[in-house]
Write a protein that binds this ligand. Structure first.
Ligand SMILES: N[C@@H](CCC[C@H](N)C(=O)O)C(=O)O
Length: 268
């Protein structure tokens, strides 16, 4: 494959990727893609394949986690994908692109804002972690995310600050990830309209610096529980949840035609 693959590293709010584009008119098989992922991923979180879709400058994103398996969607990966199309093909402004979960829309400027798959709450989850009862939700944003709001401060053992408890709960993420075959997110509310999210990612099998679909899942649950007009219509145009992650700030925009994710992307 040497010489026929273009390989470009990108980072989106700390979520690290390799973008791979095949520079010839044919398609890679799934086996070839998995092998390429193993060969090129290094310490990065995932690999984004850029493929042609239909006529002209139309593109499709195919996403693989660092373990060599395909995931149906990646929010930060989609922001990188759109930025790559700007860098390599000069595509600015409004774009439509294909993913495994359908066609989505992106607005590419200095920042990249991408439409997210519409979140769906699958069910409520109840777990007791180290004497701390936690009620969470399994939310599908193209891929499955457990979301747990961290609020409890007192257990039989000790009094926690929220931040310590947040840190402590991350230790249970690998177990939860296996039990539910899902990504695991803990979030806490910092201020009105501002949450902090930490995500342990399936297929990466570690905490990443940010996860776009995880951030969207938590922002969606937060907004549904806290903004009464969203509970009725889900479409209060312009409502924004600010999300602090270990890799930087992301924004989840509630707009009339759906939810969008925005934040920085760096081409290294
Ligand atoms: N980092 C991604 C999510 C990638 C897929 C996930 N690890 C899974 O297997 O479900 C994001 O930014 O959304």
């Amino acid at each position: 494959m040497d010489g026929i693959l273009r390989i470009s590293p990108y980072t989106a709010t700390g979520n690290t990727f390799v973008v791979v584009e095949l520079l010839r008119e044919s398609a890679l098989t799934d086996e070839e893609k998995s092998q390429i992922v193993i060969d090129v991923v290094g310490e990065r979180d995932g690999v984004i394949f850029v493929e042609r879709s239909g006529e002209g400058l139309s593109f499709r994103m195919d996403y693989f986690n660092r373990d060599g398996r395909r995931a149906a969607f990646c929010g930060n990966g989609a922001r990188v994908f759109a930025r790559y199309l700007r860098d390599k093909y000069g595509l600015f402004g409004d774009l439509r692109f294909e993913t495994s979960v359908g066609f989505l829309h992106a607005i590419v400027g200095e920042e990249v804002k991408v439409e997210m798959p519409r979140p769906r709450i699958d069910r409520e989850i109840m777990e007791v972690l180290d004497d701390v009862p936690l009620v969470g939700k399994l939310v599908i944003v193209g891929v499955p995310h457990l979301t747990f709001k961290v609020t409890h401060k007192v257990t039989y053992e000790r009094v926690w600050t929220e931040e310590d408890l947040f840190e402590h709960l991350m230790k249970y993420a690998p177990e939860l990830r296996r039990k539910y075959d899902a990504n695991v997110n803990f979030y806490r509310v910092l201020a009105t309209g501002h949450i902090k999210v930490r995500t342990y990612e399936r297929g990466v099998e570690r905490e990443t610096f940010s996860c776009g679909s995880g951030v969207t899942a938590c922002a969606y649950v937060y907004a549904m529980e806290n903004v009464s007009s969203l509970n009725h219509s889900e479409t209060r145009n312009g409502y924004v949840v600010h999300v602090t992650t270990r890799g930087g700030l992301l924004k989840v925009h509630f707009e009339t035609d759906g939810l969008y994710l925005s934040g920085g992307v760096v081409n290294e």
